[in-house]
Design a protein around this ligand. Structure first.
Ligand SMILES: *[C@@H]1O[C@H](CO)[C@@H](O)[C@H](O)[C@H]1NC(C)=O
Ligand SMILES: *[C@@H]1O[C@H](CO)[C@@H](O)[C@H](O)[C@H]1NC(C)=O
Length: 249
């Protein structure tokens, strides 16, 4: 009798336990915009897993916004779009890193290169987080990724420099006002194996840095400047930290 009586109580308690447990293990991802202009952050979950509760929003200069319900084992990429406005047909469009959805929310679409990316895998191999800033798809705006809390002592990674100001003309993406708003990768522009690390150049040994990737590496030594730039560009932290993406750190 006592066991039967306690059943409804258990049914009440168990879901509560799971809800609070999920909240405890969920990770907070905060976006901060230190740029003197509006940025529209975007998120893309990797590997066909569900998208986050937001896949795009507006972030005014000087403001911040947090996503509190990021799953503890989430993996994906984060970036910022700039110079966004509705086009003539009313479709939301950005001059850099546009995701083509026609809306502020990207809804599972990636950013059009050139786009500076923050890449994050939570609770991956060995119970560690892995993260990096990638310029493999080119550069759009300066950004950093900083772990907070958790075990502490984990390093931030950052691309704080404006690579647009040193971008060679053949890689430059110009905005509607004629200013350089992005710097494309040599792979995107020339589509050659030595720049894309494909074909005969498909291994770390056969795909060394190039004169173009070095332009990115000189300005942002912590960021991936081409596909096999792992040694200096991948960061790790025991799982459990929260993360802050800062635009114009
Ligand atoms: C990079 O090297 C290529 C091929 O050697 C050359 O055509 C190009 O002008 C160089 N670009 C820069 C920015 O050094
Ligand atoms: C990481 O994942 C494992 C299961 O794969 C889980 O047991 C552990 O609690 C997770 N750690 C964190 C900090 O979420």
């Amino acid at each position: 009798m006592a066991g039967l009586k306690s059943l409804p109580l258990l049914q009440l308690i168990l879901p509560l336990f799971f809800v609070s447990n999920q909240q405890v293990v969920a990770v907070t991802l905060t976006f901060m915009n230190n740029c003197p202009y509006t940025v529209w952050p975007a998120t893309l979950t990797a590997g066909g897993h569900p998208q986050l509760s937001t896949t795009g929003f507006e972030l005014a200069s000087g403001s911040s916004n947090a996503i509190n319900d990021v799953p503890a084992s989430w993996s994906g990429r984060l970036w910022g779009r700039t110079l966004c406005a509705p086009d003539n047909a009313g479709r939301f469009t950005c001059q850099t890193a546009d995701c083509g959805s026609g809306k502020v929310e990207c809804g599972g679409a990636g950013g059009n290169p050139p786009a500076s990316l923050a890449e994050l895998t939570l609770n991956g191999s060995g119970g560690n987080d892995f993260y990096d800033i990638s310029l493999v798809d080119g550069f759009s705006i300066p950004l950093s990724l900083t772990p907070h809390g958790g075990t502490g002592g984990c390093s931030a990674t950052s691309c704080p420099s404006d690579i647009n100001s040193v971008c060679p003309p053949e890689l430059s993406l110009k905005g509607s006002d004629g200013k350089v708003v992005g710097c494309k990768s040599a792979c995107l522009v020339f589509n050659k194996p030595e720049y894309c690390c494909k074909g005969d150049n498909g291994t770390p040994e056969t795909c060394p840095p190039t004169n173009y990737s070095k332009i990115f590496k000189d300005k942002c030594p912590q960021a991936y400047s081409y596909a096999y730039d792992d040694k200096t560009s991948t960061f790790t932290c025991p799982a459990g930290a929260n993360y802050v993406v800062t635009f114009c750190p």
